[in-house]
Design a protein around this ligand. Sequence first.
Ligand code: FAQ
Length: 325
Amino acid sequence: MSVSAGDDIKLGPPHAEDPERLATFQARIDRGELIERDDWMPEDYRLGMLRMAEHHGNSEIMGALPEGEWITRAPNLKRKLALIAKVQDEVGHGQMLYRVVEDLGKTRDEILRDLIAGRTKYHNVFNYPVPTWADVAMIAWLVDGAAIMNQKTLADGSYGPYVRTMKRINMEEAFHFKHGEDMVLTLMSGTPKQKQMAQEAFNRWWPPSVMFFGPPDRKSTQGAMFLRYRLKTTTNDDLRQRFVDRFAPAARALGLRFPGDDSAYRFNPDTGHWTFEQPDWDEFYRVIRGQGPCNERRIALRRFSYEQGAWVRRAILGQLSATAA
Ligand code: FAQ
């Protein structure tokens, strides 16, 4: 079955599936088995996995745009080569994830048309400006760091094709993260001007990175179903806390101050966790609904690529007329 472009996929409670079949399916999930493409699956599982892989694939290809802007302005050859490789990797991840989506019933063209029409989402973080090279460093350190933290848990999920894709992607993201860490370390060991650039970029990227894991659990619309089907294995808030526990001490050790109330960040020996300031959730919802600072610009560029690439798609499908060819 194909999902038509623009179909508003509503994920509700499990619908009228054969209860016995559903129980057998759930038992497979609970035993830790992997579900494969040709296995029977309930409709809400298929649509939920489709939506998650599509959101993920969209994020990968949209995430390549802000970084791609900096390829021509990288500070030296070594950084330029690493950035080119990273951008290629992100687009490659998008390809792999879109294949997972295609197998679940949505065509490539439907995916791309829904993305440029604003009918589907991609990660909040890619709708912010990247005004300096230090922002490129913070994206690779914080955003790739957040992505790895999330995706390591997704690699324990239940849908075989997505799990295998996650394992491959995570290996490449680990390299991106190392590169980001190296760039941030270089800036923080540099001149006062470089340190100031890093601090200003950190102020811009810390709050969206804390939002990266999705809304607080009480506001999560899909969380419970995703956890039951082991499409997700950890809640948004748990992942966010893991991120803060990993990155707050690292930022402090580097000499970075937190935007907002710096004193809100401290280790609590009673809980074993770092405390932190909640980001502005109204801003999160504005951004994911298309009203972030760069949503329009990013989507316009994606639409431009889609339109400019139309003749290539037609040529591949053998649809170019002899004269036009
Ligand atoms: N941004 O009920 P929940 C990368 C939406 S990219 C935008 O909690 P769920 C590449 C959510 O869709 C990494 N929207 O949702 C790179 C839902 O919308 P709905 C991409 C968000 O699905 C790096 C609503 O809010 N990774 O690494 C966000 O349980 C560096 C309610 O939320 C993945 O996509 C958000 N941050 O959890 C490139 C991983 N969070 O359905 C360049 C796979 C939530 O009401 C540089 N996805 N929403 O319309 C997931 O883990 C999950 O789907 C979440 C959301 C965490 C995205």
